[in-house]
Design a protein around this ligand. Structure first.
Ligand SMILES: Nc1ncnc2c1ncn2[C@@H]1O[C@H](COP(=O)(O)OP(=O)(O)OP(=O)(O)O)[C@@H](O)[C@H]1O
Length: 239
């Protein structure tokens, strides 16, 4: 089964063509890099996959379900770009992680013992147990990313979409997050990261999609990062 099936997806914001006739299939149990320059449509494609924007045309299926059903089943988790989050919002790290349990809550909508246990297990997994009661806004960039990944783990999502997970994150945190994403992949989950920073990609990603409104290349990471492909896409000699 594919984790993501997107066929001929086009998204426009008024006059702006953000995503142009994108067709990508991504299998389960992979780490996939969604690569492209600023404005190439990466965030928009994520939002389309999440059901946060409605494509003008095209079909999207997540784990062989329509997006609504996939969201209802909690199959999808989204780690937004840092700029897209209001960090002054007064919630603690454990609150953020508990949000991953919304789909699991019973009729009272109050977290039960199992939800709190899942929250604590996820925090342990990402190494944030000691910071559980801190306001999320007081965390470093790397810790905030880990908190959102923990939310996806608590949710038991099968597909995690991470928008620029390494932006504003130091090398040590980047290594910690990469290790965690590989572990999630090894459990059979699918991880898609968007980035314009190609340095992190060869180590982490099994495959890559090069996006420039359209899909310019999709395949094994080394093929997509081949100098001639990058030169053709970015118009520069890339090392
Ligand atoms: N809400 C919006 N309304 C109008 N135009 C938008 C909106 N969001 C994005 N765009 C435009 O759509 C295009 C694609 O933007 P998008 O954010 O998807 O790119 P991106 O690859 O994620 O870029 P970045 O790496 O800078 O985050 C850009 O031209 C952007 O200006």
């Amino acid at each position: 089964m594919n984790a993501i099936t997107a066929h001929h997806v086009t998204v426009r914001y008024g006059e702006v063509l953000a995503v142009d006739d994108v067709t990508v299939d991504i299998g389960e149990g992979r780490v996939c890099g969604l690569l492209g320059m600023n404005g190439s449509g990466k965030s928009t494609l994520f939002k389309a996959l999440m059901g946060l924007v409605r494509p003008d045309t095209g079909e999207i299926r997540i784990m062989d379900r329509d997006r609504k059903q996939a969201r209802r089943e909690g199959l999808l988790a989204y780690v937004p770009q840092s700029e897209a989050v209001d960090w002054t919002f007064p919630v603690t790290v454990s609150d953020v992680v508990l949000m991953g349990r919304y789909g699991h809550l019973g009729p009272t909508r109050r977290p039960r013992r199992a939800d709190k246990a899942a929250m604590r297990a996820a925090l342990t997994r990402v190494g944030l147990t000691d910071l559980a009661d801190r306001p999320i806004g007081e965390l470093s960039g790397g810790q905030r990313k880990r908190a959102f990944v923990a939310r996806g783990i608590a949710q038991d999502a099968r597909l995690l979409l991470l928008d620029e997970p390494f932006a504003g994150v130091d090398t040590k945190s980047e290594a910690t997050i990469s290790d965690l994403l590989r572990e999630l992949r090894d459990e059979g989950r699918t991880v898609v990261i968007s980035t314009h920073d190609l340095a992190s990609v060869p180590e982490l990603c099994d495959e890559a999609v090069l996006l420039q409104q359209r899909v310019v290349a999709h395949g094994p990471t080394n093929d997509v990062l081949a100098p001639e492909v990058l030169a053709r896409t970015f118009g520069v000699e890339a090392r």
